[in-house]
Design a protein around this ligand. Structure first.
Ligand SMILES: *[C@@H]1O[C@H](CO)[C@@H](O)[C@H](O)[C@H]1NC(C)=O
Length: 347
């Protein structure tokens, strides 16, 4: 008699079934987005967001409820904050009153907002404009009011994981660009951030700070993503993650006694630069991407200036040469074009 004939038939059938189930489970395990379901609870906030973009806020900006926006007590999921956000949890924030030097460009705010709406619709991001004239920021320069807008964006969209603050003088040139995977995902952050790069305070040659971005970092600690031009970090295009650190950073940046109430030419940009230069803690949480990743300027060399295929073009500093209008129209017509193209006069 052969050995298997001694085993009861039921046991054989059970064994084969068990093996089959295991094979099926292992085969399809990778197809089930476990992280997706593990990290996001079903208790979603569903009430429509109500934005009053016309009435001035009642009282000083720091007394507004938005400064108390919720942050998770700790990171959800076993990888902590290191996870790719869902597209709808990315808010594209235009914080502006439509004035300033941008008024050289006809109806600039309306046009970029409509364009950003299309970009958001295409990917499922949330488009948001906040009128920064509503904030009472005391005697400080109006540019500071971008910071209360970031807080308000988190407050208005309780599910937002990332807020992308972009200036009005920016045109999205590559509407197919996927923010979640190419900028915000753990892999993108891991590979993309600049390690051991000098943090600038004016031109490096003239003023070597001898302060560098960390060589080692943990993706889950990176709460702010920013870029640096040839002189300084630039807040024209900055990503903020909803974390306790981000809340703390926004509070510190707008500290009236030490920063906001003082004479800083670069306003909120000087504030974050200063905090990065002075505090290793801040350097560990603010990641610097190569500039053209999400803040290419209309003019500049290969590290700085827009090249075909870049996500966006930023008309930083164009009012100095009074060229905003002309350059804006040129790029406006070319946005979304995949063919090779570069405006006349750029390098
Ligand atoms: C922005 O807010 C200010 C102050 O509340 C208001 O006067 C202005 O009309 C608003 N601008 C727009 C375009 O709604």
């Amino acid at each position: 008699m052969q050995a298997f004939q001694l085993i009861p038939r039921r046991t054989i059938i059970l064994a084969i079934s068990a093996v089959t189930i295991l094979v099926v489970v292992f085969k399809f395990y990778g197809d089930v987005p476990m992280d997706y379901y593990r990290n996001y609870g079903p208790a979603e906030f569903l009430a429509p967001v109500e934005i009053d973009n016309t009435t001035p806020q009642p009282g000083y900006f720091k007394f507004q409820p938005e400064w108390n926006f919720d942050v998770p007590p700790q990171a959800k999921g076993w990888k902590g904050y290191a996870k790719t956000p869902r597209n709808r949890d990315v808010v594209v924030l235009t914080a502006s009153d439509g004035g300033g030097h941008n008024s050289a460009i006809p109806n600039v705010l309306g046009r970029v907002l409509e364009d950003r709406q299309q970009y958001c619709d295409k990917h499922g991001y949330t488009n948001l404009w906040l009128n920064t004239s509503r904030y009472d920021i005391g005697e400080a320069h109006r540019t500071w009011s971008k910071i209360p807008a970031v807080a308000e964006a988190f407050h208005l969209h309780p599910n937002a994981e990332w807020v992308w603050l972009i200036d009005t003088d920016i045109i999205i040139m590559s509407p197919d660009y996927d923010l979640a995977n190419q900028i915000l995902s753990p892999a993108a952050i891991q590979q993309g951030l600049m390690r051991g790069t000098p943090i600038l305070d004016g031109q490096l040659k003239k003023n070597p700070t001898n302060i560098f971005t960390p060589k080692k970092f943990r993706v889950e600690d990176i709460d702010v993503l920013i870029t640096q031009d040839h002189q300084s970090v630039n807040t024209g295009s900055t990503f903020f993650r909803r974390t306790a650190f981000t809340r703390w950073l926004l509070e510190m940046m707008t500290d009236y006694t030490m920063l906001m109430g003082k004479d800083h030419v670069g306003a909120e940009q000087d504030a974050i630069k200063h905090l990065m230069l002075e505090h290793p803690l801040v350097r560990n949480h603010v990641g610097i991407y190569p500039q053209r990743k999400f803040n290419a300027y209309v003019q500049g060399g290969d590290n700085m200036g827009y090249r075909d295929g870049d996500l966006l073009v930023h008309f930083a500093g164009c009012w100095v040469a009074n060229k905003c209008g002309g350059w804006f129209e040129e790029f406006w017509d070319k946005r979304g074009h995949a063919d090779a193209w570069r405006p006349e006069g750029s390098q």
